[in-house]
Design a binder for this molecule. Structure first.
Ligand code: HEM
Length: 193
């Protein structure tokens, strides 16, 4: 039931994120390397502090989360794209605390960030088709789950349902919705950095 509710209730927010100007540029037929850089830099700015400040909350309830961390992959892509990750603006801790006031909302956030790997396959194939050699060796983050992410996703959903166990469902869903909305907003604010 939780998964069903999550899917239905977050679907409109996923659609909005796909309509974000950064996403639209990324998925256009005339996408450039700069468009990819803008997307990756924006996601990094969100993920960096989510992973370092929020995710460890799940470890506190005995749920190992290291395999869900993507920072090393995204940093490696950014370096290949001539960015110094340390120079990229990241979302403030105070802001994250309002999006993730609880363990439940943090788990909802992880659902969205893991789920983004499904769409990641579509985005990676699009970039390979349109940019070819320009993106060679620069797609480690989007390629983290290979061409068939369904198995990793299934594995994550087992973890997720076990962790959600007796937690407040609405709060998990609110965390997922908040994540979609905040990434949408964050990408819009970082587009011109
Ligand atoms: C250009 C931007 C994006 C495109 C084109 C896109 C596309 C897609 C596609 C095609 C799927 C379905 C994949 C499948 O079922 O095999 C998907 C799933 C998903 N995406 Fe995205 N996506 C984008 C951005 C994002 C972002 C930035 C996030 C969050 C950080 C995200 C979160 C999710 C989630 C959570 C799912 C799984 C939904 C579910 O099955 O419950 N997506 N995306």
């Amino acid at each position: 039931m939780l998964l069903q509710n999550l899917r239905t209730q977050t679907a409109p927010f996923h659609s909005s994120l796909e309509q974000n100007p950064v996403s639209l540029r990324l998925m256009s037929e005339t996408v450039t390397l700069t468009d990819y850089k803008v997307y990756l830099r924006g996601l990094y700015g969100y993920l960096k502090n989510y992973e370092s400040l929020m995710l460890s909350r799940l470890e506190a309830i005995n749920k190992p989360v290291n395999k869900y961390r993507k920072m090393l992959l995204i940093e490696s892509d950014l370096l290949m794209l001539d960015y110094e990750p340390d120079q990229i603006p990241v979302i403030e801790q105070e802001q994250l605390m309002t999006i993730y006031p609880s363990l439940e909302s943090t788990l909802g956030g992880l659902y969205v960030l893991e789920g983004s790997m499904l769409g990641g396959v579509v985005i990676r194939k699009h970039l390979q088709k349109c940019l070819g050699i320009e993106v060679e060796g620069k797609l480690q983050y989007l390629g983290a789950y290979g061409d068939v992410p369904a198995l990793r996703w299934k594995d994550f959903l087992v973890f997720f349902c076990a962790a959600a166990g007796h937690l407040e469902e609405n709060e998990v869903i609110n965390g997922a919705i908040g994540t979609f909305q905040s990434i949408d907003k964050w990408l819009r604010t970082t587009i011109n950095d």
